[in-house]
Design a protein around this ligand. Sequence first.
Ligand SMILES: C[S@@+](CC[C@H](N)C(=O)[O-])C[C@H]1O[C@@H](n2cnc3c(N)ncnc32)[C@H](O)[C@@H]1O
Length: 403
Amino acid sequence: MCSENSSNILPEPPEELKSVSAELAGKIRKKIALKGPLPFSEYMEMALYEPGLGYYSAGLQKFGAGGDFVTAPQLGNIFARCLARQIDQVSTWLSTHGSGHYEIIEAGAGSGMLAADLLLALEQDHPPARYSILERSAYLRQEQKETLQRLVPHWLEKISWLDEPPAENWQGVFLANEVLDALTVERFCLEDDGISQLQVIDGPEGFEWHKGSCPSAMQEKVRSVISGLEHEPAAGFRSELNASLPAWLKSVTGSMEKGIAIFIDYGYTRSDYYRPLRSDGTLICHYRHRAHGDPFMWPGLTDISASVDFTALAEAADACKLAVSGYTTQAMFLLGCGVENILIEFEPLPDKERLKMNNQVRRLTLPGEMGERFQVMALSRGLDEDLSDNLQGFSFSDLRYRL
Ligand SMILES: C[S@@+](CC[C@H](N)C(=O)[O-])C[C@H]1O[C@@H](n2cnc3c(N)ncnc32)[C@H](O)[C@@H]1O
């Protein structure tokens, strides 16, 4: 996600939104009074997903100019058209080596724009048999339905919303753009004499950080992540750990019999993630196109996310028998998918339109924009090596050796 405003001053929310946030804060306070200091993952869960009040559950605009941040599908259809080329390569193979048809499952579909643009890009040559959306937020499901009704009404009967990943086997493509960063994380701090868990308490000025004792399972995970790093971080280093990632990946890809799962998100390899220079971790919050680092400010009105440890994703893939078929930056992935050929198609357009398209490509690919902060990883199951090691999106650059 990107913020469009460089100012650090956060605008004051209107009174009615402040009262929604106060109601959620009251619920979190009650939980702390009942259970004691909360592990950060529990605070983040409530701040993002508490029914009716959490950031993703409440009915506030999140995406685009009138929301809090911009994601790649909000910029225009070029991102989807590139992804469609990658999907096309896999679906062509599945049409002769699989059941003959393929499906797309998208997790966390946001406003529904990616789904709409992908279906428009694929419908002529290689339409999927079904497009399913795995979405936690009831509010966003409704927004997705409205977007799809407006842009691709002829597809509606082949689109469905899932509460759970499918139990029966399927073949095709699983997609998650900026979903991993929205999964809840734990926070820890390295101490001279061990590891503490960063928890949330209710202080006189609002929620505060508290160093609590770290459960032994979490200590073990932190140790295994930190040990072996080239630059081992010192005492005082704080960061995040997504302990639920392996179980989540297993649940969403468990029934994918043949196909690829594509994850696009901001993140790093493990050695970059836990570099001493990131001594306060990667947590980032978005409110009205301002990025800040305080997850306790306006709970429920502010998005909270953490960067993705792509080495952890590769390890989780290994544990559920998925092959890591490619890893690169978003810019290189889009080039591999032929973004420059898509741009050539716009040459006959009037200058104003063409400039708009060029601008879209710049935002998607420049290093200071989404081009390098965002990474793409493809995981595969049941494909020929010939295909799984030669996915089009990774033909320009494949950084698997860095994981
Ligand atoms: C940052 S938004 C990204 C939205 C969209 N993919 C885009 O690129 O615009 C995160 C999305 O993930 C959804 N989400 C978060 N956790 C999820 C989970 N465990 N399963 C499915 N969706 C989830 C949120 O409700 C939201 O739709």
